[in-house]
Design a protein around this ligand. Structure first.
Ligand SMILES: [Zn+2]
Ligand SMILES: [Zn+2]
Length: 77
């Protein structure tokens, strides 16, 4: 499947800066939009956050990153 030419989150067209993804303290340039691991939308660098999690890369859009990054509320005490 070919990534779309516009971000599925903000609808902007793929261009240089939008394809420079942050990975930890570095930057990864990609030729196309990356896909969120959770909701599977293709998103630009401003909408997608790149993390090192365990031994691999994880690509999460803002919405999923917020859900993932925030500590879950403690349940049952
Ligand atoms: Zn975007
Ligand atoms: Zn997502």
């Amino acid at each position: 499947m070919t990534p779309p030419s516009t971000c599925q989150a903000c609808r902007r067209i793929a261009s240089g800066a939008l394809l420079d993804y942050r990975k930890g303290s570095g930057v990864v340039h990609n030729d196309a939009f990356l896909q969120c691991d959770i909701c599977e939308r293709f998103a630009c660098a401003e909408c997608l956050q790149v993390y090192d999690i365990l031994s691999g890369y994880d690509f999460l859009c803002h919405a999923c990153a917020q859900a993932f990054g925030n500590p879950l509320p403690h349940r049952g005490h």
